[in-house]
Design a protein around this ligand. Sequence first.
Ligand SMILES: [Zn+2]
Length: 138
Amino acid sequence: MDYKKTVKKYIYERDGRKCRFCDKDLLFRQISLDHYVPKSKNGPDDIFNIVLSCKKCNKYKMDKILPDYDETIIENFKQAVIDKKILESSEHLKYQELSEMIKSVDRVESIGEITIFQGKNHRFYVKDNNIFKIIHLG
Ligand SMILES: [Zn+2]
């Protein structure tokens, strides 16, 4: 299975086989993938910014940034770390340690080619589904 198809399958299951916007049940062949923060607004291709959508909602949403975008991508980010879809290459942490560390993430500092998530004690720099830098705060 190629990378794109793997990602598609993952998003399909992660989002409960439903359109994230209208809740409609979707068959795999009916799905489209939507950049939650649109590409035109600097939204990256990372897995946390991709959600399941029906074709209608994808079209309708167009270039809007939805008000809950930070909540949504934080939730997707945490899930992707737990599901080992986002890996960490900066400090070679054990999976358990990393899973603990990301629990407190509650803020998106910046989104774009590099996205920065912040929790209580750490700031995570993410690019291409990879945490490439972690800064310890305080
Ligand atoms: Zn929909």
